[in-house]
Design a protein around this ligand. Structure first.
Ligand SMILES: Nc1ncnc2c1ncn2[C@@H]1O[C@H](COP(=O)(O)OP(=O)(O)O)[C@@H](O)[C@H]1O
Ligand SMILES: [Mg+2]
Length: 168
């Protein structure tokens, strides 16, 4: 199942981040695709702040540091932005294996990784006139969790691949 979510303003992106955070489990990868400025970091920040249970937590874009880990009560979240990755080999130095053993990994520019391992949640953000869209799919056991997550959503306009538009 593919979900298309209408992100008409930044607040919607934050609501989506909160919803995604609610289904995360240790070992999950969130792959965040989309052009510069489309809202990947904004979405990642909302996920991280929800897991950290801290609405004002500093979550800078990891464009230059490449990777940033946040410790939390339940599991750590590692946030990475691979835009400036110079070679594929550099990925091994970022220690993603350990990040996934212990917690969740959020990757901006996942196109830079050759093979993502399951389970992962793929979120592609796109500009859509004055608005933005999130196109979301999942693999492995994250699929079922995603379905549960979007079953009840009062605040987001969610379209399924079958094109039925509904306000949940
Ligand atoms: N619906 C929206 N969702 C997310 N960001 C939005 C939205 N509308 C406007 N914005 C703005 O777009 C910018 C997104 O920046 P950022 O999240 O850093 O993008 P990226 O990480 O994809 O380069 C922010 O300045 C934010 O305020
Ligand atoms: Mg970014």
């Amino acid at each position: 199942m593919k979900y298309i979510i209408h992100l008409t303003n930044e607040k919607k992106t934050k609501i989506l981040g909160k919803k995604i955070a609610s289904i995360l489990e240790k070992g999950d990868i969130i792959a965040l695709q989309g052009d510069l400025g489309v809202g990947k970091t904004t979405l990642a920040r909302a996920v991280i702040r929800t897991i950290a249970d801290n609405d004002v937590l500093e979550v800078p874009s990891p464009t230059f540091s490449l990777v940033q880990t946040y410790e939390n009560k339940n599991f750590p979240i590692t946030h990475t932005d691979l835009y400036r990755l110079r070679s594929h080999e550099e990925i091994y130095e970022l220690n993603f294996e350990q990040a996934l053993e212990e917690g969740v990994l959020i990757i901006e520019w996942p196109e830079k990784v050759k093979n993502l391992i399951d389970p992962y949640i793929s979120i592609s953000l796109q500009y859509n006139n004055t608005s933005r869209l999130a196109i979301i799919t999942a693999t492995g056991n994250a699929k079922k969790r995603l379905t549960t997550c979007f079953k009840q959503s009062k605040n987001l306009l969610i379209q399924k691949k079958s094109n039925t538009v509904s306000f949940f």
